[in-house]
Design a protein around this ligand. Sequence first.
Ligand code: HXC
Ligand code: NAP
Length: 285
Amino acid sequence: MTFAPDLLKGKVALITGGGTGLGRAMGERFLQLGAKLAICGRREQVLKDAAAEMVAAHGGEVLPIVCDVRDANAVGLMIEEAWAKYGGIDILVNNAAGNIASPTERLSSRAVDAVIGIVLSGSFYCTLALGKKWLQAGRRGKVLSIVTTYAEGGSAYVVPSAAAKAGVLAMTRSLAVEWGPRGIICNAIAPGPFPTKGAWDRLMPDPKMLEMAIERIPLRRPGELIELADLASFLVSDKSDYINGECITIDGGEKLKGAGQFAWMGMLTPEQWAALEASARGTKA
Ligand code: HXC
Ligand code: NAP
């Protein structure tokens, strides 16, 4: 997508989980478009390396902050640090997540807590802490939360993630109404499969699994990181100021294929189609 090169000039964005995967891809694009960044995660070296590489590639400023978003106190300190360095924050991207693919009955309560803590509590703590600062300062702000396509309808085998992402979506829509009048805009992106090490290694380690995943996508390919990064750039920019409380799906049509009762018919051979037609026409007689 072509954007004005200064689309995000003067903006400061805090991206949770910004040292890897989609978070890093969004960060790189925001930097190219003129934003300054703070990125957080739990692993200091990953963050430091990412920050150095991003600045080397695109210039600009990236502040790495070690923070476990499950710790509300640490989230408060992170926001103070980034705010003090840049004199404010304009954009929050709730991107940090954890996921466990497992039959639900195999999970311990600690496993459930780990995922819900990162995804739901973490996104809520960041949004709450920054929202309070924005309201207090009378500043505008944008919150973009990265959810999943199953946030709407749930998904077997990733149930803590589905429950938590549904919560993040509910938070997004609720705050869009509550905080919108005071200049805080909240939206979400629901990505289909995008090749990142964090998601792939945990959820699709076997190439066969990836093949099956691609089979479900009408466009027959996973998303490219830049496609998601461009959508995110638009949604955090001033150009999308009238979009509030929305969740934009970017999945090559995967979710709709899953919802269509007859979508499985894509598997039929031409002979099977011919037989089906003959049999259906035959019912007239
Ligand atoms: C069952 C598991 C498990 C597994 C961990 N646990 N992995 N249980 N099956 N595969 C249990 C542990 O035994 C422990 O419970 C509890 O979960 C917490 O585990 P820890 O390793 O101590 O937790 P922690 O270090 O906090 O790690 C959190 C995590 C991990 C969620 C388990 O995977 C993580 O750090 N993930 C971050 C990155 C990530 O998941 N990225 C992918 C996002 S993809 P007990 O009872 O033993 O103490 C995504 C959408 C994908 O979200 C959509 C694709 C299309
Ligand atoms: P990823 O690389 O594993 O990203 C997760 C990031 O979150 C990591 O940087 C991780 O860093 C950070 N994180 C995890 N727990 C944290 C915590 N407690 N505190 C702070 N940071 C934490 O995977 P990804 O694919 O890029 O996922 C990014 C987002 O996209 C997630 O919200 C995910 O649900 C969503 N998504 C991805 C896909 C996909 O196909 N890739 C599809 C749908 C939705 P540390 O481990 O260093 O903490």
